[in-house]
Design a protein around this ligand. Sequence first.
Ligand SMILES: [Zn+2]
Length: 249
Amino acid sequence: MRVLVISDIHANLEAFETVLEAARQEGGFDRIWCLGDIVGYGPNPNECVARLREFEHICVLGNHDAAALGRVNVEDFNPDAKQAVLWTQQQLTPETRAYLERLPERLVEGDYTIVHGSPRNPVWEYILSPTIAHAQFAHFDTPVCLVGHTHVPAVYHHFSDEQGRWMTAWHIPDPGDVYELRDPDRWIVNPGSVGQPRDQDPRAAFALLEVEERTWHYYRIPYNVERTQYLMRQEGLPARLIARLSYGW
Ligand SMILES: [Zn+2]
């Protein structure tokens, strides 16, 4: 089975459509695994949820999805994010809301644990270093864990050295890189963000996964950033959130 793995769409329909088309051109996919934050920041929350639901897919709850449902104190967000959360809350249709309400925090699909942030704290924790990643391997049982949330592609490789000590190495992947997620090692992999990359590359990020072979393939694709920025301006969303899409930051 071939899966399109995406995270952090953040209501950026333009980026999402571009990723879907790029994945189709790369040979297509059987289903989508979405790692959360479908909504928040961007101008098309309902459209992104509806588009995702056209595909056979699974999805977990992200912190911005939880915020859009009113489950989070918005004072925990910075002022721009808070304004975007409040705007998103007002936009959600009953249908979108009902869909988001049903999202689980954690899923296990065969060899893969699927969460938004981390296996230790699925909705909120950021895995931003090998030290943080190292501590996570005690919190899931499968060989591989898929995470999003940081908006930065990453591979954390957990392996034992000659003395039998478990180590965790951090790789920052380039587009086109392929990782064979082989036993007996264990892995935490992050596909990056569709709708709001934060690694100084504004292109939309996604991964294609050969599920049985455990082959993980990274991709980046340029999309029409100006179109999304135009729609955000129309909605009066914060200028800093609009500008950052140009820089991938
Ligand atoms: Zn996010």
